[in-house]
Design a binder for this molecule. Structure first.
Ligand code: HSE
Length: 395
């Protein structure tokens, strides 16, 4: 069976290298001879041994009946969406590392795959090299998952680690993440939290069975975090991490959000540094389960794409795709969850915070507050002085 790799960027080139250099191992794992059939890219091949496989026109891939699996590593919505849709409709399975595509179009593509008796798999779209999607969907399917909290973006975790542990400045930390192939083409998707938002949207949809659109998830990035926040938080026994969280409430709605959060030093998430991701899953039967590994980068992510290729080849002719319904799910009302907040101000606002714990001068941990309550408090503090930071605690 021929594999077509769409996109020869960071991840796509890793997938090609594995298919080319480890053809016999991959074929033997799949129980089916697999070979790199095509590489679709607008760029000319440079210094690769499989340069004769390059094509610029997707119709060559689509019209070749020997192509059984398309591995999409282009990123973004178009042309990735049109290519995958066409592949599935033409009876070819598709795998992807593209989180934007899965978050926005996952339900539709899963349903097209079902209708054509092929698979659509996306292990590489969340958590890079961590086997996460399949275990959540299969091993924990009946566990009664109630909550997911994760560090889902390698770039921002790398930047936070380099800046605040090693004193690098922001632009040098970001350029390190870009050189290592961690960052998105437009790194604001990482820094502003959108990448984490897409990933928690995928996990929520997968675990609770209906699409939770990224646009339903309140999202903040790491752009407002200062060295002073990190230093003060550390003095109080916390680390600051960009967390993506989702939980199912008693009314069946999903509360989800992406924001920096204070993580206590006793939490396993506090020790997750550099490009590593970790996902803490709480379920009724299992209690807490932790997934940990490299969340970005060429070979870890390519390894997850290859795992999906092998799965598709092994299950040819039967549907093993994960699945969720195409009905959109509305997120829980913003005030349905209350959280404690770490507050830093430029003056003494103790009188406004009768229930807060004072950590240092001008540094407090509030009692649990809803989103509206923290906004009101922010306004009041700013009438007296200035609120310098407000970061929720992960508890
Ligand atoms: N930019 C993403 C990250 C790549 O840093 O996590 C992996 O999805």
């Amino acid at each position: 069976m021929k594999i077509a790799v769409l996109g020869h960027g960071t991840v796509g080139s890793g997938v090609c290298e594995i298919l080319w250099n480890k053809k016999s191992e991959v074929s033997s794992a799949a129980g089916n001879p697999l070979e790199l059939g095509y590489v679709l890219d607008i760029k000319e091949p440079e210094g690769v041994p499989y340069s004769e496989k390059f094509k610029k026109d997707f119709s060559a891939v689509l019209s070749d009946p020997e192509v059984g699996i398309v591995a999409e590593c282009i990123g973004g919505l178009e042309p990735a969406y049109s290519y995958i849709k066409a592949a599935l409709e033409n009876g070819k399975s598709a795998v992807t590392s593209n989180k934007e595509l899965v978050a926005e179009k996952g339900a539709e593509l899963l349903s097209i795959a079902r209708a054509h008796n092929v698979n659509f798999l996306f292990e590489a779209s969340v958590g890079g090299g961590i086997p996460l999607i399949r275990p959540l969907y299969s091993a924990m399917n009946a566990a009664g998952i109630t909550e997911i909290a994760g560090i889902l973006n390698g770039t921002t975790n790398y930047i936070l680690t380099k800046m605040f542990r090693f004193g690098e400045d922001y632009s040098s930390a970001l350029s390190g993440a870009q050189k290592l192939g961690y960052a998105e083409r437009d790194p604001s998707a990482d820094v502003l939290g959108w990448d984490s938002c897409r990933k928690i949207s995928i996990l929520s949809s997968l675990v609770w069975g209906k699409t939770l659109k990224p646009s339903e998830i309140p999202t903040e990035g790491i752009d407002m975090i200062t060295a002073e926040d990190v230093k003060t938080a550390e003095q109080c026994g916390f680390s600051i991490k960009l967390l993506a969280r989702a939980k199912i409430l008693e009314n069946g709605k999903i509360f989800a959000k992406v924001s920096p959060a204070l993580v206590g030093s006793d939490s396993p998430l506090a020790a997750v540094n550099d490009v590593f991701n970790a996902v803490l899953v709480k379920a009724e039967t299992t209690g807490e389960v932790l997934f940990y590994g490299k969340g970005a980068g060429k070979m870890p992510t390519a390894s997850s794409v290859i795992a999906d290729i092998i799965e598709c080849a092994k299950t040819e002719g039967s549907i093993k795709s994960v699945f969720w319904e195409d009905g959109a799910q509305t997120a829980a009302e913003k005030d349905s969850v209350s959280e404690r907040y770490f507050i830093r101000t430029d003056s003494d606002v103790s009188a406004l915070l009768p229930d807060a714990e004072k950590l240092f001068d001008f540094v407090y941990i509030t009692s649990p507050l809803s989103a509206s309550e923290i906004s009101v408090l922010e306004e009041k503090i700013n009438e007296h002085g200035k609120l310098l930071s407000k970061i929720p605690l992960f508890e």
